[in-house]
Design a protein. Structure first.
Lengths: 464, 127
């Protein structure tokens, strides 16, 4: 790798010891930055021989403390130099990428080289790793239709904790063949959702989608939790939406420049949702839009405070910035970095308990005196809902403690409703595993021990 | 403009109008206005106080010069040009209490609102 790609100075160890969350920092002993799969393999083999803990890292933007070492003596394996887009297959519509490729890279690359295709973008900074987000089963701006980002994985190459390089998915039959995961034993599940405990993915095939020539956006304003969730569920089940991004109206105020702390008044809209429809022509898009408008009109006949506002009007009312919110949504959320602290409790939840989860979670956040920054997304055609409560905060000891208590209480409320937390820090994973089916936990441990007999990859993670 | 509203409608109005008032001619003219306008929608009322500038407050002021009654839906339709203010008025979608007693105030306020909407349309490249 060369000396310039290995560091053990105090500065580097400090930078990799923490993230924006309230999770306790811990310094690694060193940071290595491989550029090839062979270098990753050599690092893992050496670590396995010496029993050195390794923590995979790309950009550290997970907002879950997921790259903070959980044990002393760990080495961070920073994969950001592996940042090539290796192939875009126009026929099977996938991109083969390395872990350092970010959403910003992908958008720019497709815009230049494959303008007929699109990837999908999360509400995260544009410098976030696609591979990391997919492996963490995050969400994106096609999740309402197609589910969590793991669904976009066609397969990958991975270095096992014992140093072997293996492939999963149709790429097992060679290059230029990463079209899907089936019909095969689906071994993606041995690595996805494991937070880097079972292998280091060195290339991944992710699905792309035809870029529709006509796209229309609208903002939906609603009042209470039952109404918001109920209406979203009805709209999504019309199956005309590409995506829906619902947020507490405080976030809209933040986007419009409101200074913190941002409150919500009871007599103003409580939630705002960005709705997206697309199609091959204006007629198709108009038809889809009207299906949404009909669902909204039925609710509006009961409550005139429900409003569906076309994005043309939103740009007039809220300004040109509104176009950037839909063009590349991740870029709009600089507001989340108002302070040096940022955290969340995010879950996927049964649709029937989605509104209750939102309402009870809101009560917790407000009782602790934090701004309500709630996000909701109908997932996978409304088979489930996503819900997260974000807290931005200054990292002083009193506030950090209050954040911990708030998040702890939030998690308990959500787990009691059967919600499954995602991108879980260790404390949250522990709480989940204490409650869940014991056979599942035992199976997790057996798989981990099988793949990583010396326990070198991200030890302590996920409370395993 | 003085102060920054904390409610969504107030923030939107503030953003729409502040860019208009920054323009030297209109801004200079508005500084001489003395009137209070209450905007009532399906949400909470908002008060626009013109007095050596413009202050926007959540809630309804007592004894306003004008009270404008409309809905967010109507405002949005005007914003995207699918409805003209005159048509909205004629169909009762936009009502102005106090217009006959204070016609100049009504004309000024509606012109300012229209100017803000038109200005934004021009900014975004629309007609």
């Amino acid at each position: 790798m060369g000396e310039s790609n290995v560091a053990d100075g105090e500065g580097e160890r400090y930078i990799y010891s923490y993230d924006m969350t309230e999770n306790e920092p811990r310094r690694p002993v060193a940071v290595v930055m491989p550029a090839t799969v062979e270098e990753v393999q050599a690092i893992v083999r050496l670590a396995n021989e010496r029993r050195t803990p390794l923590v995979p890292f790309v950009t550290g933007q997970n907002v879950g403390g997921l790259t903070i070492p959980q044990v002393d003596g760990a080495v961070i394996v920073d994969l950001r130099r592996m940042n090539r887009i290796l192939t875009v297959d126009e026929d099977a519509m996938y991109a083969l990428i390395e872990p350092g490729v970010t959403f910003g890279h992908m958008k720019r690359y497709l815009g230049r080289h494959s303008p007929g295709l699109r990837y999908t973008y999360p509400l995260a900074p544009p410098f976030t790793s696609i591979v990391a987000n997919a492996l963490l089963q995050g969400l994106c701006d096609l999740s309402t239709r197609r589910g969590a980002m793991e669904n976009f994985i066609n397969g990958f190459e991975v270095v096992l904790p014992t140093g072997e390089i293996v492939r999963v998915g149709s790429g097992i039959l060679g290059e230029d063949n990463w079209f899907g995961r089936y019909p095969l034993p689906d071994l993606v599940g041995l690595f996805s959702g494991w937070q880097g405990m079972t292998g280091i993915v060195t290339k991944m095939a992710v699905q792309l989608w035809p870029k529709q020539p006509y796209v229309r956006y609208a903002a939906l304003f609603t009042t209470d939790e039952e109404q918001t969730v109920g209406l979203l569920r009805r709209i999504v089940r019309t199956q005309v939406l590409d995506d829906a991004d619902c947020m507490s109206v405080s976030l809209v105020k933040m986007l419009l420049g409101a200074e913190p702390p941002v409150d919500i008044y009871p007599d103003e809209p409580q939630y705002a949702t960005l709705l997206t429809v697309s199609g091959q022509n204006e007629l198709e898009v108009e038809g889809k839009y009207q299906a949404v408008a009909q669902a909204v009109a039925r609710e509006r006949s009961r409550d005139r405070r429900v409003n569906l506002i076309d994005w043309d009007a939103i740009t007039v009312l809220m300004g040109r910035d509104a176009n950037s919110w839909v063009d590349f949504p991740s870029d709009a959320f600089k507001i989340l970095a108002e302070y040096d602290g940022l955290t969340w409790v995010g879950t996927y939840v049964h649709p029937a308990r989605w509104a209750t989860a939102l309402k009870r979670g809101r009560e917790v956040v407000e009782r602790y005196g934090f701004e309500l920054m709630a996000f909701l997304k109908p997932m996978n055609g409304m088979h489930y809902g996503e819900l997260k409560f974000i807290v931005r905060f200054p990292k002083d000891p009193e506030t950090i403690e209050r954040v911990r208590q708030c998040n702890s209480e939030l998690l308990d409320v959500l787990l009691a409703l059967g919600a499954i937390p995602y991108k879980t820090p260790v404390w949250a994973a522990r709480r989940l595993l204490e409650r869940c089916d014991s056979g599942f936990v035992q199976l997790l441990r057996r798989i981990r021990e099988f793949l990583d007999p010396n326990g070198i990859l991200n030890p302590g993670r996920y409370s395993l | 403009m003085t102060g920054t509203p904390r409610d969504l409608l107030g923030i939107i109005l503030h953003r729409m109008l502040s860019s208009r008032l920054d323009e030297s001619v209109l801004g200079a003219s508005v500084r001489h206005w003395r009137m209070t306008v209450v905007l009532e929608t399906e949400y909470h009322p908002v008060t626009l106080r013109f007095d050596e500038g413009l202050t926007i407050e959540r809630g309804a002021a007592e004894r306003p010069t004008l009270t404008v009654l409309t809905t967010l839906d109507t405002v949005a339709a005007i914003a995207r040009s699918s409805l003209s203010p005159l048509t909205a008025y004629l169909h009762g979608l936009l009502r102005v209490k106090g217009m006959y007693r204070h016609p100049l105030a009504a004309a000024r306020f509606l012109r300012l609102l229209l100017s803000a909407v038109t200005g934004r349309r021009t900014e975004r490249g629309g007609a």
